[in-house]
Design a binder for this molecule. Structure first.
Ligand SMILES: *[C@@H]1O[C@H](CO)[C@@H](O)[C@H](O)[C@H]1NC(C)=O
Ligand SMILES: *[C@@H]1O[C@H](CO)[C@@H](O)[C@H](O)[C@H]1NC(C)=O
Ligand SMILES: *[C@@H]1O[C@H](CO)[C@@H](O)[C@H](O)[C@H]1NC(C)=O
Length: 403
């Protein structure tokens, strides 16, 4: 046996020996790997669970943020009493969204809750008693100190005074409520609950603090000038009295959307509309028109939204109206199986078309609020079809949808 061969043999042995040792080490590695993997897997699981729990806690804390802010509203020591309760940067992170705060006075902090959510439109139901305008849903909810002036006019004056400080750099008055978009007007929708002819002059009178500071949108000599606050009258607001002065007005009408349905342009006649349907808005409007024909404006007082003080010949234009509204339930009808059917979509499209051709903003009130899935579907469809403002009760819900 040569040296080389011997060396080769020992190499073989070493090889065998070495490979055996490596094999055992590999087995031990697998064992360690399994134990370590199991332990670290459990650790990762535990970490994930903890993280999840923290996230849940965090959303809980974050989502009640607005509430906690509003809870201490006006309390001494909370920094929100007096004028300090409205710091100039209050709306700093508020994005204006096209929503209308329905029954706004029901909120714990009227007006402010809506502005905080970014709503550009708020509703105030006013009742005239003893030469004062009280705000509430019905007479049972009225209180002496909850007046139109104390809940809406004065706070708006205060907000706008904060937003329009007199400094060496700025002497203007045209900065709106929202910091993000200072040109955005806030619509104050005033739902007149008591007799329109008696109540409306009081509404105009109580708006004086806003008017004298130049903060009301107005129409003068056939031209509309938009200012930080746009007043729109609904309910028993009398169209004839509102438009009596043909050269100047600083309040606008909530026109009847129901009567504005139009077929698609280019569509032959009204074939866009399924003939013979009972809820055809054109039929119903012509019915009510023929009933109204022999009546004078004074007989059409206090008929409710879009009708008070109107005649069949009334023309609704941006010079006298701002919104065109209708009750969703009455006009579009009940929703079956959670989805709007093609006929209902055609009603909505036709009404939006008619209102937009007149230059008015479309608002449906009385939207379904429940179930939430259906409500969100309706919101989606309305936004997609071009409705200008969403009537909402759930401010938080509407500020969470992706606009
Ligand atoms: C408003 O009136 C109610 C009932 O009369 C009373 O409880 C409340 O303290 C009053 N609030 C203010 C701020 O005066
Ligand atoms: C604003 O008014 C003040 C006082 O009247 C004046 O001193 C200042 O120059 C004005 N600033 C601007 C930008 O006009
Ligand atoms: C209309 O209102 C303006 C501004 O208030 C007033 O000057 C004018 O006299 C009014 N016109 C009529 C016909 O009442």
């Amino acid at each position: 046996m040569t040296v080389r061969e011997r060396r080769k043999g020992s190499l073989d042995k070493e090889g065998l020996f070495g490979s055996g040792k490596r094999g055992r080490r590999r087995n031990g590695g697998w064992y360690n790997c399994c134990v370590f993997g199991g332990v670290s897997g459990l650790c990762i699981l535990a970490l994930l669970l903890t993280f999840n729990l923290l996230l849940v806690l965090a959303t809980f804390i974050w989502s009640s943020d607005i509430d906690s802010y509003l809870q201490n509203w006006g309390r001494p020591g909370s920094g929100t009493e007096g004028l300090a309760w409205y710091p100039t940067d209050f709306t700093r992170d508020v994005l204006p969204i096209p929503c209308h705060s329905h029954n706004d006075y029901w909120r714990r902090v009227p007006l402010f809750s809506a502005l905080r959510a970014g709503c550009i439109s708020v509703e105030s139901d006013v009742w005239l008693f003893d030469n004062e305008l009280y705000v509430g849903h019905n007479t049972a909810s009225l209180q002496r100190n909850r007046t139109f002036q104390s809940l809406y006019v004065n706070p708006l004056v205060q907000i706008l005074e904060q937003q329009n400080p007199r400094t060496d750099f700025y002497n203007g008055t045209d900065h709106g409520v929202f910091d993000v978009d200072s040109g955005q007007t806030v619509t104050l929708l005033i739902d007149v609950k008591t007799g329109g002819a008696e109540t409306w002059p009081w509404v105009l009178k109580q708006l004086e603090p806003l008017r004298e500071r130049g903060w009301l949108s107005f129409m003068q000599d056939g031209e509309v000038h938009i200012r930080p606050v746009t007043v729109v009258g609904t309910g028993n607001t009398p169209f004839d009295i509102l438009t009596a002065n043909s050269t100047y007005r600083d309040a606008f009408f909530d026109a009847p959307l129901e009567t504005m349905w139009e077929p698609r342009r280019g569509a032959p006649g009204t074939t866009d509309w399924p003939s013979g349907s009972s809820s055809d808005p054109l039929d119903s409007s012509s019915d009510s028109d023929s009933e109204e024909n022999p009546t004078s404006p004074s007989d059409t007082q206090d008929l409710g939204q879009g009708l008070s003080g109107t005649t069949p010949d009334s023309q609704f234009t941006p010079l006298n109206s701002y919104y065109a509204s209708v009750s969703f339930g009455q006009s579009v009808g009940r929703i079956w199986r959670g989805r709007l059917n093609p006929k209902q979509i055609r009603i909505i499209r036709g009404q939006i078309r008619g209102a937009h051709r007149r230059g008015l903003k479309v608002r449906y009130w009385d939207l379904p609020a429940w179930p939430l899935g259906m409500r969100n579907h309706v919101w989606d469809v309305l936004i997609r079809e071009g409705v200008d403002i969403l009537n909402v009760d759930d401010l938080r819900g509407v500020s969470k949808i992706a606009w």
